[in-house]
Design a protein around this ligand. Structure first.
Ligand SMILES: Nc1ncnc2c1ncn2[C@@H]1O[C@H](COP(=O)(O)OP(=O)(O)OP(=O)(O)O)[C@@H](O)[C@H]1O
Ligand SMILES: [Mg+2]
Length: 242
């Protein structure tokens, strides 16, 4: 038995451009929160895009449950249960909250099952029930992020990848988002997130991964990554992790 998701020696880039990822490694454990940190331009977002099939794999491999995802389209990868929430959240701002939830299940054939799943999600996230007829674009940043995360649950995902979920949110709201991720992980969903706020990201994660110049430099239990003096110096602003 291998890991749930295994990225080995991955090389990928945009169009005919240079390789942005150049030997990235990653392995993710089921039901855990994994946080990727690294400087601007390190290739963090590119790594998530390569995993979800938006970029072609030039070299190396991405395996899910031991099977290569090479050559699969994003919709095929989604159907396998790998869900990507991009930085811009990709909600439909002019659609209502309920319609946005429904769009999350567009790949499902079972329409009545879909409505049932939406009802369940509304029960779990009362704010989404309360706001069900409101246009998504008129909600607060935290509410929109909650909707983005809750929407992934429609497909009963195995892995949810989130790019900078904390962006533009107040610290208290950021903690709420991490609490949702941890709740999802406790139900067996694997979380892979990219976080600009490295300190907060690692404190709320099980595993930490440091990516720089398209390569994985370090991977370990999040407390170890936080405590490593070199990583503190280079990637955590030299701050002593409390
Ligand atoms: N659509 C694109 N087309 C061409 N090059 C791109 C594209 N998106 C990103 N890049 C390049 O890929 C490199 C890595 O970008 P990426 O967005 O993966 O970094 P990142 O680690 O997510 O950075 P940030 O912390 O700023 O989000 C950068 O040099 C960037 O210019
Ligand atoms: Mg990015």
């Amino acid at each position: 038995m291998g890991e749930l998701l295994e990225v080995t020696n991955l090389t990928a880039g945009y169009g005919d451009g240079p390789s942005i990822l150049d030997g990235a490694h990653l392995s993710v454990e089921p039901g855990k929160v994994h946080c990727i940190i690294g400087p601007n331009g390190a290739g963090k977002s590119t790594l998530l895009k390569a995993i979800c099939g938006m970029l072609k794999i030039r070299q190396g491999d991405v395996k899910f449950n031991g099977q290569s995802l090479k050559g699969l389209r994003p919709d095929q990868i989604l159907r396998k249960g790998i869900c990507f929430v991009p930085q811009e959240r990709a909600l439909f701002p002019k659609m209502t909250v309920r319609e946005n939830l429904r769009m999350g299940g567009y790949s499902l054939d079972d329409r009545s099952g879909l409505e049932r799943s939406i009802d369940e999600i509304e029960e779990r996230f009362p704010i989404l029930k309360e706001r069900r007829d409101q246009h998504a674009g008129t909600m607060s940043g935290g509410q929109q992020q909650t909707l983005s995360m809750a929407r992934t649950l429609i497909i009963k995902p195995a892995i949810v990848m989130l790019d900078e979920p904390s962006l533009g949110l107040a610290p208290k709201i950021v903690q709420e988002m991490f609490d949702i991720m941890k709740m999802m992980a406790s139900e067996g969903i694997t979380i892979l997130l990219v976080e600009q706020n490295a300190l907060m990201g690692l404190k709320n994660s099980d595993w930490g991964v440091v990516l720089d110049l398209g390569r994985t430099l370090f991977k370990g239990p999040a407390p170890e990554v936080l405590a490593d003096p070199r990583i503190q110096e280079l990637y955590l602003g030299g701050k002593k992790a409390a």
